[in-house]
Design a protein around this ligand. Structure first.
Ligand code: MG
Length: 168
């Protein structure tokens, strides 16, 4: 059995991953409506990845005999004025997510739940990747500025991203 504090914290994290997934879906829809298909496809992959994160935690909680509580997922953030703003918001939410995984990890440490700290190690590593990939795109968008040819080049580049499984 898993400690109730950890059960609650993992349930919160499942909700956070699903919220992130839904936000990325909203970002994908926004890019698609502007005919930026490469950006839209990149965001759709983020959407899928976050769903996988939620499922990994959900499965883990079930495996440990914990009770999964699925709560409401808020509507995606909207009202972005530029691609740069979208990615800045994405980074902000990933940074928040890293903090929340760190807190979850600390809870597992405090309760001497080594199986959970081991499971969370993958998430800590994944957050480093998430933040880095978004920071790289922000840097490119800042260089592109108002240059629409640069933006279309970046759209093409992001459109070539392959789903993670295929990269292995
Ligand atoms: Mg995630």
């Amino acid at each position: 059995m898993i400690h109730e504090d950890l059960e609650a914290a993992i349930n919160d994290q499942i909700n956070q991953e699903l919220t992130a997934s839904y936000n990325y879906l909203g970002m994908s829809v926004r890019f698609d409506s502007e005919n930026l298909d490469g950006f839209a496809s990149w965001m759709l992959m983020q959407h899928d990845e976050e769903k996988v994160h939620a499922m990994k935690l959900l499965q883990y909680l079930q495996d440990r005999g914990g009770k999964v509580s699925l709560n409401a997922v808020p509507a995606p953030i909207s009202g972005y004025t530029s691609p740069l703003e979208v990615f800045k918001k994405a980074l902000e939410t990933e940074v928040e997510n890293t903090k929340s995984i760190n807190k979850l990890y600390e809870t597992a440490l405090r309760l001497n739940d080594h199986a959970t700290t081991s499971h969370l190690q993958w998430f800590l590593d994944e957050q480093v990747e998430e933040e880095k990939s978004i920071e790289d795109i922000i840097a490119l968008l800042e260089r592109v500025g108002d240059d629409s040819a640069g933006l279309l080049y970046l759209d093409d580049k992001l459109g070539s991203r392959k789903p993670e499984e295929e990269e292995l």
